[in-house]
Write a protein that binds this ligand. Structure first.
Ligand SMILES: [Zn+2]
Length: 364
């Protein structure tokens, strides 16, 4: 029977409960909320989570809007949902949990034996908790979506993870390719803009292989996507609606709902006709105030002016041009920049394979 923490699935019903995450030294426990929605007919199990970064709130509303009595009437299979993965961060409105110093979405397993260094802290309570939760995903998930937010006015889009496999392991390579192909289909069904994450080396550098979805895709072969839903904190209602529509379309693709896909309205969707990956661009050359000349969703060609650098009095001191073709994903927070800081996140042409080998010595 499908269960998570205190929540036990019931056919044809939505049930609510909790899962114990972290025990506090002063007594008390951080629990995450759990929703299990099960149709009356058998089908796959779809995990949908949100709120691992404490400032990212749109995904919580998407889950509230998605899991309704109406949905259950027609559902085949089960949705397991955790709308608040990082209760400490959500409580304090911080990206991190105050009991783990670091990004909470870099704590999922990476398949390596952990060698404890006596001079370093062992894994935190939060890392151990996400490790346990990962075992639950492994037990039941056929598909997985994790909902995030990017920055104010950013596009609503899907990050597609690179899937890694061990060199020389042909079966693992085949599984990685099959998982990646399913992820492409799933992203097309969702219907928002699609962008691959950083290239393989930077991906591991940034510990992105330890994000929730990357770990599930690479280690478990579960098709998994990270959706970015525009502004952190205050959600854009159009993006919330469009994400709920997109997820229902993914459920239709997974044969968990009947009917034709519904249209995705009210948001910008960009398809440049080639695969893209993210890159931070337009690094300022002087300390300056930035005036952006392009907006999220704009197509950009090599040489297009993208940013005007001004001094604080307003005098133009330079123009930054794009070195890439692609489109703008988002502008970072604020307008005051020191030299070397990037002023735009762009989707650039991606010719790297979507599956790749773990680096040499990764598992040594
Ligand atoms: Zn996030």
């Amino acid at each position: 029977m499908t269960a998570l923490g205190t929540t036990k699935a019931k056919r044809g019903q939505i049930v609510y409960g909790e899962y114990e995450l972290v025990q506090h030294p002063v007594g008390g426990v951080d629990r995450v909320p759990v929703i299990i929605a099960q149709g009356s007919k058998d089908g796959p199990t779809f995990w949908i989570t949100a709120g691992i970064h404490g400032g990212e709130h749109a995904g919580v509303q998407v889950i509230h809007k998605l899991i309704t009595p109406d949905l259950i009437k027609n559902l085949r299979g089960t949705i397991i949902s955790i709308p608040a993965l990082n209760p400490a961060g959500l409580r304090t409105l911080e990206r991190q949990a105050y009991y783990h110093d670091g990004d909470p979405n870099r704590l999922f397993p990476d398949g390596r034996e952990r060698k404890l260094d006596p001079d370093k802290n062992p894994p935190s309570s939060l890392e151990l908790a996400y490790g346990r939760l990962f075992d639950e995903i492994k037990k039941s998930a056929n598909y997985f979506f994790d909902l995030h937010c990017m920055s104010p006015y950013s596009l609503s889009f899907v990050f597609r993870d690179r899937i890694l496999y061990r060199k020389g392991d042909e079966a693992a390579k085949k599984r990685a390719e099959a998982t990646s192909a399913k992820m492409e289909e799933m992203a097309q069904a969702y219907g928002h803009t699609l962008i691959a994450d950083f290239s393989v080396n930077k991906y591991i550098d940034e510990k992105l292989h330890r994000s929730s979805t990357a770990a599930a895709a690479s280690l478990l072969g579960i098709p998994s996507l990270t959706a970015e839903l525009g502004s952190p904190y205050t959600p854009d209602p159009d993006i919330v609606r469009a994400s709920a529509s997109g997820l229902r379309n993914v459920l239709r693709w997974a044969k968990m709902l009947n009917g034709d896909p519904e249209p995705i309205n009210g948001i910008k969707i960009v398809d440049p006709g080639f695969n893209t990956r993210r890159r931070n661009i337009a690094r300022v050359t002087h300390p300056c105030v930035v005036h952006h000349l392009v907006e999220p969703g704009d197509r950009v060609r090599v040489g297009d002016p993208v940013v005007e650098m001004r001094d604080v009095w307003g005098r133009v001191i330079g123009i930054l041009k794009s070195e890439y073709e692609g489109f703008i994903i988002s502008r970072p927070r604020g307008i005051f920049f020191y030299p070397g800081q990037a002023t735009l996140l762009m989707a650039i042409k991606d010719e790297e394979p979507l599956v790749g080998e773990y680096p040499e010595k990764f598992f040594d």
